[in-house]
Design a protein around this ligand. Structure first.
Ligand code: ACO
Length: 329
């Protein structure tokens, strides 16, 4: 058996922050942000949490799939900005949706998290262990952003996207997934809780930094270079593994970090930019929520039809990357 996407859903918090409003916090301009990132606005949580957004996106995906919450056997929530650690966000979603028969866990692979969670769910289904799985990417990045750091706070936004996967007969498709921990310092977020009363000398500095700086810190140019080099490579590798030509892919649905990264990947891949849909203008970078939000928009907009082949690709902190071919049923 293989996993097929039976439904998609998303939730975007209603509070909009235009580029102009950021001038209240930092020295910046709408022009600078648009030119460097393509971002025009982002949506941020006011009374939502990672779990509440995940549950709303998950419910929408279940409705779209026509599947009852009770029939789910597993819920995976990908998040890098969990409002709480225990219970995990997947358990909170289970409670909210009444998915009483589902196992639950959260997964963190930064901006690659949703595609990694999708691949994990596919492996469970291909192994025969589960038949119906809800996979969600949900992020409240505005809560882990330093609003005085103009190099990062302009980039991020909040939201959630989800897919329901079900087992069907079909031909297995290969995926690509990897990491380079040696480059991890390019994007960091300390939890701030890493201490005990017995002394942890090696970590002391990191803990002190973490407490002070429990926010995303980033070497923007290192991340940019990594993304434009790595993403075309993994697309190439993915297509080779599946004996597919670039032209056979209808859309390349990339993590929405910024328009310049997506444009550079399109150029290096040699495919028209129209095959690389973008919504970063509206939502900013929503980390592991960006791929499923975009996927849901394309599906609900009637842009994806039965038989279409898509590539989904995530890349980011870790450093991590993950890409899969999705054949629409
Ligand atoms: N407004 C105005 N000026 C700014 C701002 C801002 N918000 N931020 C930085 N600047 C200034 C800097 O201080 C600097 O000024 P200086 O020349 O006087 O020192 C100048 O603009 C250039 O700064 P850089 O950091 O060199 O700008 P760069 O061209 O690299 O653009 C950006 C920064 C947009 C972050 C870019 O590096 C980028 O897109 N990186 C990708 C990172 C990314 O997308 N990360 C997301 C998380 S990881 C992921 O999702 C994959």
């Amino acid at each position: 058996m293989i996993a097929v996407i039976r439904g998609t859903g998303s939730y975007i918090p209603p509070r909009v922050v235009e580029n102009e409003e950021l001038k209240n916090y930092i020295e910046t301009s709408d022009t600078w942000i648009r030119e460097r990132t393509g971002i025009e606005r982002r949506h941020v949580v006011t009374d939502d949490t990672v779990a509440s957004m995940a549950a709303k996106a998950g419910r929408a995906a279940l409705e779209n799939a026509g599947i009852q919450a009770e029939s789910l056997e597993l819920i995976i929530v990908s998040t890098t900005s969990p409002t709480q650690m225990i219970p995990c966000n997947a358990c909170l979603v289970q409670k909210e949706l009444g998915a009483v028969n589902a196992s639950c866990f959260d997964l963190n692979a930064a901006c690659s998290g949703f595609v990694t969670a999708y691949q994990t769910a596919c492996a469970y289904i291909e192994s025969g262990l589960y038949q119906k799985i809800l996979v969600i990417g949900s992020e409240a990045l505005s809560c882990i952003t330093d609003w005085s750091d103009r190099g990062t706070c302009i980039l991020f936004g909040d939201g959630a996207g989800a897919v329901v996967l079900a087992a069907e007969k079909g031909k297995k498709q290969e995926s690509v997934c990897g990491a380079d921990g040696s480059m991890g310092d390019a994007l960091t977020l300390y939890s701030g809780y890493l201490s005990n009363p017995f002394g942890t000398p090696v970590q002391e500095e990191a803990v002190a930094d973490g407490r002070k700086n429990a926010f995303v810190r980033m070497d923007g140019q290192a991340i940019f270079r990594f993304a434009v080099r790595k993403v075309p490579q993994i697309i190439e590798e993915l297509l080779q593994k599946n004996n597919l030509q670039k032209e056979e892919i209808k859309y390349y649905i990339l993590h929405q970090a910024n328009t310049r990264i997506v444009e550079a990947v399109a150029k290096r891949t040699g495919q028209p930019i129209g095959k690389f849909p973008m919504n970063v203008q509206e939502y900013g970078n929503t980390s592991s929520a960006s791929v499923p939000i975009l996927l849901d928009e394309l599906c609900r907009g009637g842009k994806v039809r039965t038989g279409d082949r898509l590539v989904i690709a995530g890349f980011g902190g870790g450093l991590t990357w993950a890409a899969s071919v999705v054949t629409w049923r």
